[in-house]
Write a protein that binds this ligand. Structure first.
Ligand SMILES: *[C@@H]1O[C@H](CO)[C@@H](O)[C@H](O)[C@H]1NC(C)=O
Ligand SMILES: *[C@@H]1O[C@H](CO)[C@@H](O)[C@H](O)[C@H]1NC(C)=O
Ligand SMILES: *[C@@H]1O[C@H](CO)[C@@H](O)[C@H](O)[C@H]1NC(C)=O
Length: 152
């Protein structure tokens, strides 16, 4: 019994860390790039966001509302919306065919950073991701609770 709990626990941690990422990147139907960042802003910190990507050694600022820093002008067709319950979504228009190959996408919310490496060929359509993401996190938690209960 303990052994199976352990196995399911490890499995759960693996699944959750893979699927409930703080940052996710995908391509929308109209070819916009979308970066979702689900870092929770600390209540006692200044609420701000910063989106950037880096290729090799160069880092480019895509969008930010940190006062004093400004994004590259080539990314001016980007905008940021708030996500519920927390986090931000950045959409970048008209860039999909110009995306660099191996890119590290980063977001920084109130000083906390999340990053993910994505190769251009591995970018997935958002329609495929959202269905999956919406259900998977809570679904896995339920499964784990169920397994935990039936075994104890
Ligand atoms: C950045 O935008 C968010 C949401 O619109 C806002 O709550 C926050 O105060 C802004 N931060 C700064 C530094 O302007
Ligand atoms: C991207 O990275 C992978 C390994 O991480 C490497 O095999 C590939 O050649 C890289 N592609 C480019 C265009 O740099
Ligand atoms: C994130 O933002 C904070 C302040 O806005 C800054 O001090 C920190 O260096 C940033 N982190 C990265 C990795 O850019």
């Amino acid at each position: 019994m303990l052994k199976s709990l352990f196995v399911f626990g490890v499995l759960g941690v693996l699944l959750i860390s893979a699927k409930c990422d703080l940052i996710s990147v995908c391509i929308e139907d109209d070819n916009d790039l979308r970066v979702d960042c689900r870092i929770e802003a600390k209540p006692n910190k200044i609420n701000s966001y910063e989106y950037s990507w880096s290729t090799g050694t160069k880092e480019f600022l895509i969008n930010t509302n940190v006062s004093g820093s400004s994004a590259e002008s080539k990314f001016k067709k980007s905008y940021v919306e708030e996500l519920q319950p927390h986090g931000y979504r950045m959409t970048l228009e008209g860039f999909t065919d110009k995306l660099p190959h191996n890119t590290t996408y980063m977001c920084n919310i109130s000083g906390e950073t999340a990053r993910v490496d994505v190769e251009r060929d591995q970018l997935v359509p958002c329609s495929a991701v959202s269905v999956f993401l919406k259900s998977s996190c809570s679904w896995i938690v339920c499964l784990l609770l169920f397994v935990y209960q039936t075994h104890s």
